[in-house]
Write a protein that binds this ligand. Structure first.
Ligand code: ADP
Ligand code: MG
Length: 379
């Protein structure tokens, strides 16, 4: 089922007694969520993600705007008539009911013509349990299950009525790191098998990037960018998005453009076409640095960190916004090996890969497009 949001806005009265201003939790959302896809709704805590989900589910009424499921305007429908499945962070299972009874619960509440026979209900419960692979645990109570298993039960309960739209609000936040990765793969698999349009809310960019067909990045109630995870990563619309995606995070520098050259401090790091002289923010992804003794950008070495298969050179630069510049470099590289033996405080130089370098307007923080001009010999 396609989900279409038109101008969707939600304002809350202020909780702060001194400050009477309203909070605009969701600010004019207009976009279409395509049918059968898994959408990651991503942003920092408090940016309005849960509010969007609760508007789609019908638990909240919008201040303005409308919501369509396919052709149907559902804006005024109560949650139980929208055909949605909901999963929250805290599994919210009934503690006194078994797994089977928990999953059965939504079916038992069906009224009138929707009511199923006992056999049909059991069949659906078994199907949902098999789908999330908890069919061996049907007679346990929630407290006899691990967090991951409880969350599977919650997902089965949300799926048992075959919802048109599945809404997941930070479903993995209570799980430990390994289980989180495993369960997110499960959610991906379940979504692929059922093809139910799914909206997955998280503040964890890696989580959203790893399982979503599309991500929606939001900040302060406003959509910042919508796209395939890799496209958003490779072409962030603004500084906020660039900083929000990627681990380690993008490195930001104060830079300036003069006569077709991009300068960071006293170093001309790229030759550009099509950009006016101006002050800019320069974002360079950690994988955009290449060690080179004659490289364009000079930094001062702080250390070399080995984290599993990644090696990062940590250095400082006066024009960097953060306390350190973090680059991911080739483990087998001769220069990486040399850097590991250099004392702290040594000068170190990098070339930068243009497709990993983004420029942002100092005032609007929007991305500035540019083309790279090849340097001629002796230029
Ligand atoms: P997220 O899920 O991204 O962390 P929320 O949607 O929960 O964010 O909240 C968005 C903003 O709306 C926050 O500033 C929050 O304080 C405010 N907010 C959420 N629910 C209410 C409410 N019921 N009353 C007042 N303010 C609210
Ligand atoms: Mg939330």
């Amino acid at each position: 089922m396609e989900v279409i949001l038109k101008n969707l806005t939600k304002k809350f009265p202020s909780r702060d007694k001194k400050n009477r201003n309203e909070v605009t939790a969701v600010d004019h959302f207009t976009f279409e969520i395509p049918d059968g896809r898994l959408i990651g709704l991503l942003g920092p805590s408090g940016c309005g993600k849960s509010t969007v989900l609760n508007l789609i589910s019908g638990l909240l009424k919008p201040t303005e705007g409308s919501i369509f499921f396919g052709e149907d305007d559902v804006t005024d429908l109560p949650p139980e008539n929208r055909g949605i499945g909901l999963v929250f962070q805290n599994y919210a299972l009934y503690p006194h009911l078994t797994v089977r009874q928990n999953i059965l619960f939504p079916l038992e509440n069906l009224k009138g013509k929707d009511r199923l026979s006992k056999e049909e209900m059991q069949k659906k419960v078994d199907e949902a349990a098999r789908l999330v692979q908890i069919d061996g645990l049907m007679d346990r109570r929630p407290r006899e299950l691990s967090g991951g298993q409880q969350q599977r039960v919650a997902i089965a309960r949300a799926l048992v009525k075959r919802p048109k739209v599945l809404l997941l609000d930070e479903p993995l936040s209570n799980l430990d790191a390994r289980l989180r990765i495993q369960t997110r793969e499960e959610i991906r698999r379940i979504q692929r098998e059922t093809k139910i349009t799914t909206i997955f809310v998280t503040h964890d960019q890696e989580e959203a990037m790893s399982i979503s067909d599309l991500i929606i990045v939001m900040k302060d109630g406003v959509v910042q960018q919508i796209g395939k995870p890799q496209e958003v990563y490779d072409s962030p619309a603004n500084l906020f998005v660039a900083k929000f995606l990627g681990t380690p995070p993008i490195n930001v520098f104060d830079g300036r453009i003069r006569d077709g050259r991009l300068w960071i401090g006293g170093d001309a790091v790229l030759d550009l076409k099509g950009v006016m002289d101006q002050e800019v923010y320069v974002g360079i992804r950690p994988e955009g640095f290449v060690l080179n003794d004659k490289g364009a950008l000079g930094c001062t070495l702080r250390g070399v960190e080995v984290m599993g298969r990644d090696i990062s050179v940590v250095s400082v630069n006066d024009a960097a916004a953060g306390p350190a510049v973090r680059s991911i470099v080739g483990a087998e590289d001769r220069l990486t090996q040399e850097a590991r033996h250099k004392p702290e405080g040594s000068p170190i130089r990098f070339d930068v890969l243009p497709r990993k370098v983004f420029l942002f307007d100092r005032r609007t923080e929007e991305k500035i497009d540019y083309e790279v001009r090849q340097r001629r010999n002796g230029d």
